[in-house]
Design a protein around this ligand. Structure first.
Ligand code: NAP
Length: 255
């Protein structure tokens, strides 16, 4: 199927590994020009080179999305370099490190407010294009009531993100902008959170695999390919949706 993505322009936060990297590569393989960011300069350079090797224009900047000024200047510069935006993917999440009320504040800043900032910067530019798509990366942690320790703020912010997504979908549909979310289950890749859990908490790692109907963790590419479809004109009537990509780890009908 031709997804109709060739020549489109995308911005992705946190594009150097895991789901962000996989979706950047998946979009690039469809002929989409890409701008990414992440904190580690060497990884940004390596990723940009890999994306360019797929035959598209690619740009990358090392920054922390929590730094509002750095984020705003990167977003403006990246959109200008690309020459507009058709696809905007808010992917980064920074798991809170602080405890108590400070931890909740940190979670709000890193797992919710930075997505709002991303959406507000992207929507006016998306409105200039055709077949525009804004995508958020949430998590099944938004609905799971049994979370790994320390994840209650993370799950709460991921739930808020889905609600925010729905409101944006209703508001911006008339401007031709579709807004959706994906909620992955446990996704395994070298250097990712489930790789750490595999090494240090093997019981939790195995339990997570067994909870999936498929008996395993997911791969970044399995999330990325669904996101690429959602971002494409072929998903033209899909907006306001939260797509669970969890191998049926959550045992409810996904309605
Ligand atoms: N992995 C899973 O099992 C899973 C499951 C459900 C949902 N998710 C969601 O999927 C999204 C991606 O997670 P992931 O596990 O694929 O990858 P990840 O290991 O969390 O890394 C994602 C990317 O974000 C960058 N990044 C992290 N913090 C950043 C910051 N403050 N500023 C700028 N860039 C930052 C990382 O590079 P640097 O470290 O160099 O900055 C990397 O490129 C997150 O929203 C996560 O909540 C993941």
């Amino acid at each position: 199927m031709d997804l109709g993505l060739k020549g489109k322009k995308a911005i992705v936060t946190g594009g150097t590994r895991g789901i962000g990297r996989a979706v950047a590569e998946s979009l690039a393989r469809e002929g989409v020009d890409i701008a990414i960011c992440a904190r580690t300069e060497s990884a940004v350079v390596e990723t940009v080179n890999a994306l360019r090797a797929l035959g598209v224009r690619a740009f990358g900047t090392a920054l922390d999305v929590r730094d509002r000024e750095a984020f705003n200047s990167w977003h403006a510069a990246a959109s200008a370099e690309l020459g507009g935006l058709d696809i905007a993917i808010s992917n980064v999440s920074t798991r809170p490190t602080l405890k108590g009320e400070e931890g909740w504040r940190e979670a709000f800043e890193t797992d919710f407010l930075q997505h709002v900032r991303f959406a507000e910067a992207s929507l006016p530019i998306l409105a200039n294009g055709k077949d525009a798509s804004l995508l958020f990366v949430s998590s099944i942690a938004a609905t799971l009531m049994v979370l790994p320790p320390g994840e209650s703020a993370y799950g709460t912010m991921k739930a808020a993100l889905i609600s925010y997504m729905g409101q944006l979908a209703a508001k911006h549909g008339s401007a031709g902008i579709r807004v959706n979310a994906v909620s992955p289950g446990p996704i395994l890749f070298a250097g990712g959170v489930w790789d750490q859990i595999r090494q240090h908490q093997p019981d939790l790692f195995n339990r997570a695999a067994q909870m999936s109907a498929l008996g395993r963790h997911g791969r970044p590419e399995e999330v990325a390919d669904a996101m690429t479809f959602l971002a494409s004109p072929k998903a033209g009537f899909i907006t306001g949706a939260n797509l669970r990509i969890d191998g049926a780890m959550v045992k409810t009908v996904n309605h």
